[in-house]
Design a protein around this ligand. Sequence first.
Ligand code: PMP
Length: 286
Amino acid sequence: GVAFMDGQYLPMSEAKISVLDWGFLHSDATYDTVHVWNGRFFRLDLHLDRFFGGVERLRMKLPYDRKKIESILAACVALSGHKSAYVEMICTRGSSPAFSRDPRQAENRFMAFAIPFGSVANKEQLERGLHVAISETVRIPPTSVDPAIKNYHWLDLVKGLFDAYDVGAETALILDTNGHIAEGPGFNVFVVKDGSLRTPAFGVLPGITRQTVFDLCAEIGLSATAAGISRAELKGADEVFITSTAGGIMPVTRIDDTAIANGHVGSITRRLTDLYWQRHDDPAWS
Ligand code: PMP
């Protein structure tokens, strides 16, 4: 992979930050990950909107404008030589001089990198569907003021992952403060019941892939809403799938010890997955 840092393009192994950067010390940073598929960005504008929104709400200032950032991201991909890649953009608070506690004194830093695309789920998992465990861990929104700020804080999600591995599951879903389903390590979740889709509304990152599912549903006339999902509703769903930039739409066929419906990947999940990948060839969606 190739990284961009301090005005230079570097091999990934040379891209390093100071331990005094508040991004590292306090998780005082925001980031976004977009992917490139066969040489084309997928929904880059939505990712940039979310990134710039987070930067603004954290009262940071980017050293570059949007056009320049777009060209940096494209250059990272081009220099990496990968036709399909994950591209991450990051803005951190930077370090404050003389250990000051005043974030206004720090010089904010922008960096980016492109690494090869490698879906988080393998083919076999996508065919049979994932086994997910519900962890009792409560998702603390990355910033209690605004979960829409995409942030590296993952202590709750990592705890959820260990809970899931302890019971032999492949990944985890954790809860919101009402005890409803929130999200998992790097993904949102959807249930399908009687032909309608639902995804948690509160305390979750507004995922771009989640938005893409809403957009696809609108196109093909499926109802999709954002509203609370209880543990029982999750387990009693006709279909369950999770969504992320890293993995696209991934089917879930088992929650804890319960098989979802007949334990096979559902037809609506398949249809949306097909549409999702078809859109990658559509310039209107780049
Ligand atoms: N929730 C969390 C906590 C995430 O970190 C991510 C992706 N990084 C998502 C959901 C999915 O968001 P997107 O579809 O934009 O990748």
